[in-house]
Every structure is written in structure tokens, then in C-alpha cells.
Design a protein around this ligand. Structure first.
Ligand code: KIV
Length: 275
């Protein structure tokens, strides 16, 4: 009998695992990943969720805003990330106007994302009636949804670019209502972006699904950062909430400069790097 060797099975993080961490001290760690290379690295670093954010449009593709990102582009990046991410839960941002027009369109588009990429979850921005209708339709056919409230970049033309949301009592109450509506529609978690820490704490206490903060203070059940920001690769973006854990933009510039000097100076390739 021949023996078949197979790679050890990896236990994947599930939607249920994430939900179970609501209100615990076990904080949920989320970063973006847009391709297989960085997907593998963040997975090996032990993140709980890898988010294929539509920030890929502004951070990598150089668009002015995420509004330009298309469904096909998200599918391309999510399928690439899936090839690198083996253990973390893989969440994909649905681009602008792929889920608000009708519940049918939301189900068709989100279904495509799951079928064509192997990702487990979709993320939708907003908490108004068009979005909660989509969340209800999606969850009723078994598509898990992460919500996104506060500063929602796809609405930057209406909200103002990178403006903190929920500063006054009325806006804070709306945020709380939208978070409850998303939970009620079946979302299993919600990102809170750019809102005062006290408001995020209040929203977190008001719902029984985990909140994932970005620029929303420490009371959230987890935190998310955009990977090139965290790595100091995107060094022109300097918001108050961002903590950089590396200075890779400098490393890239220095490495490429040294390579250029070696090539120009005839030091590369040398005998050690030639056949
Ligand atoms: O697109 C993205 O990267 C996001 C995060 C900032 C939450 O939505």
C-alpha cells in the first residue's frame, strides 16, 4: 500500500470564533492584505482576519478614492490573497454601488466574490436602509457580513475626506442605531472608523457583535490597520491614529539606491552571483 503524504491541516479562523470573542479580553487582530505574498506573511504572523480592503485602490493603485475600485478588481485581489491566507478569516470589501442598488444585486455580486475567490466574508459600508436590506438578504442565503460605520470612505464626497464622525450627540445616536440595525439584520461584526473613543465604547457596549476599530480608541473588541500604513510603506499618510511598526519606505528606497549604485559601479553581479 502506498502512503500518501499531505500537508498538516490548518484550523481556519471561523465567523463563529470571531463572534465568540465579543466582550472578552482576547482582542481581534485585523490587517489588510491585497495579494498572496503579503497574505501569507500576515497569516504567518498570526492575524485573526485578513481584510482585502478596497483601500487597495488608493494605497496600491494610486486612485484618488475607493470609489474607482471595481468588482473585478476586488475579485482579482481577493483570489490572490486567498492563495496566501491559509488560516485567518478572509474578508472582502464590496466596492461602491455593488450592494446598495437592490438586495438581488447585492446577493449576486457578493455570491460572485465568495465563489470566485474562496473568501468567507464580505464587508459593506453604511448602516442605512439600503445597506441593512442587503445585509438581511445576504445573511439569509448564508453569506456572512461585516459592517462598516463611522467614516466610510466610499461616501467621502458626502462626509468630507478623513473626517471624524459621530462627534455630536445626534450623530453618535445615529451611529448606535445603525450598529443595532446591522446586528439585527444579521451582521456578525462591524468596523468603526474614525469616531471618538467614547462613542466607539458606547456603540461597542450597545451591541452583542464584535466591533473592530480604526481610529476609534481602545474599547473596541478588535483593531484593524491598513498593512502598508502599519509597515511605514505608505509614508505619505500620517493620521493621528496610525502607529507605524516599521519604516519600510526608507528600507525600500535605500535598498534600491544601493542596488543602483552597485550596478552602475560594476559591483553587481560579482562572481558570487554569476554562473
Ligand atoms: O478598505 C479598507 O482597508 C478598510 C479598512 C480601513 C477598515 O475598509
Amino acid at each position: 500500500m502506498s502512503s500518501v503524504s499531505s500537508a498538516p491541516a490548518v484550523k481556519r479562523v471561523s465567523v463563529r470564533d470571531i463572534r465568540a470573542r465579543k466582550g472578552t479580553s482576547d482582542k481581534i487582530v485585523v490587517v489588510t492584505a491585497y495579494d498572496a505574498l503579503f497574505g501569507r506573511l500576515v497569516d504567518e504572523a498570526g492575524v485573526d482576519i485578513a481584510l482585502v480592503g478596497d483601500s487597495v485602490g488608493t494605497v496600491l493603485a494610486g486612485y484618488e478614492s475607493t470609489i474607482s475600485v471595481t468588482l473585478d478588481q476586488m475579485i482579482y485581489h481577493a483570489a490572490a490573497a486567498r492563495r496566501g491566507v491559509k488560516r485567518a478569516l478572509l474578508v472582502v470589501d464590496m466596492p461602491f454601488l455593488t450592494y446598495q442598488v437592490s438586495a438581488e444585486q447585492a446577493v449576486t455580486n457578493c455570491g460572485r466574490v465568495l465563489q470566485e475567490t474562496g473568501a468567507e466574508v464580505v464587508k459593506l459600508e453604511g448602516g442605512g436602509p439600503e445597506v441593512t436590506r442587503a445585509v438581511r438578504a445576504l445573511t439569509s442565503v448564508g453569506i456572512p457580513v461585516m459592517g462598516h460605520l463611522g467614516y466610510t470612505p466610499q461616501s467621502e464626497n458626502a462626509l468630507g475626506r478623513h473626517r471624524v464622525q459621530g462627534r455630536d450627540d445626534r450623530a453618535a445616536a445615529t451611529l448606535r442605531d445603525h450598529a443595532r440595525a446591522l446586528e439585527d439584520a444579521g451582521a456578525f461584526s462591524v468596523v468603526l472608523e474614525l469616531i471618538p473613543a467614547a462613542v466607539a465604547a458606547d456603540v461597542t457596549a450597545a451591541i452583542s457583535i464584535p466591533t473592530i476599530g480604526i481610529g476609534a480608541g481602545a474599547a473596541c473588541d478588535g483593531q484593524v490597520l491598513v498593512l502598508p500604513d502599519l509597515l511605514g510603506l505608505n509614508d505619505q499618510f500620517t493620521p493621528k491614529f496610525l502607529k507605524r511598526y516599521a519604516t519600510l519606505a526608507d528600507d525600500v528606497r535605500n535598498a534600491v539606491r544601493q542596488y543602483g549604485e552597485d550596478v552602475r559601479g560594476g559591483r553587481y553581479p560579482d562572481d558570487d552571483h554569476s554562473f
